[in-house]
Design a protein around this ligand. Sequence first.
Ligand code: PHE
Length: 360
Amino acid sequence: MDASDLKLLPPDIAEAAATFEAQLDACGTLDALMRLKGTFTGREHSLAARLMEALKAAPKEQKRELGALANQLKNAWEEGIKGRQEALEAVKRDHAAAASRVDPDLPPPMPLRGALHPLQRLQDRLVGIFAALGFHIEEGPEIETEAHNFDGLNIPGDHPARGSSDTFYLEQHPDLLLRTHTSPVQVRVLRRLAPELEARGGIRFVAPGRVYRKDDIDPTHSPMFHQVEGMLVGKGIGMQHLKGTLEYAMRALFGPATAIRLRPSYFPFVEPGAELDVSCPLCGGKGCRVCKGSGWVELLGAGLIHPNVLHYAGIDPEVWSGFAFGLGVERTAMMVSQTPDLRLFFENDQRFIRQMGGLD
Ligand code: PHE
């Protein structure tokens, strides 16, 4: 075909035909090539399709010549595109092969190392501190009876904590609920060990675990959280033993300069009851954002075991006495790590988890 042949064609088709080779060479990717293919040889509206229409409309005497030219062009376009497609596919294969080639000299990818969750680490650490004082570890079920969660703990039937507004009851078993604290483990252990109490010379244990309350999730609340319960039973046990034990534990946890104070408080299962504050572990008591300027942060509930609790478990409160305490693991973790939002501990974003040094 030469330039004079192209004169037979509509001008835009002639121009496209003249520049086909250049356009083909300019296609650097399969995508670009497919667009070119659509323009030249696509089923509809392509140059080839319009050529066929022009042929139909051509005067009789031109039909032969134009027909031959149209076929020739169409074949040349199809061939050209096919050849280019093969070439581009070959390049793509080469690239893929190069990318997947194994280089035995490269260092291997480092495997991700698993680790214990920060809350678990803090809980283990707390338990370890008391284990060093001879406290053994107890566990109780997360689904509890009302008797263990409330009655055995001297919590009367009309106590607000028993309301279904703060407690998850099991629909099919109205006497079962998700425990609202780890204190029911006190009842279980006291009852179990009551017969051996004299032989053992007393009881001391810690009981870590999950507890549930019907709270909406917000920066400081979650319907599930963790507590560590502690209990000691012996003869002649008083507030001095509670205070000494907790002071030792808080210093082990927050450092030897830590001070504690007990403030009177009320829990039905202790008498007297107290709340324990520690000198703010962040500012050392000078006053900061975490302790809201007071120098102290509230950490746990505690007290001397109420005689009714001992009595319920079959232990004579005239002979035996003791103390108990319960601490929130999340609250402690938030304080130690200055985490303003409890939810971060449950979302398990690895960037957060990795920052949680300092809990052990
Ligand atoms: N069970 C109490 C709570 O969840 C804490 C506590 C435990 C208080 C033991 C006194 C003694 O708030």
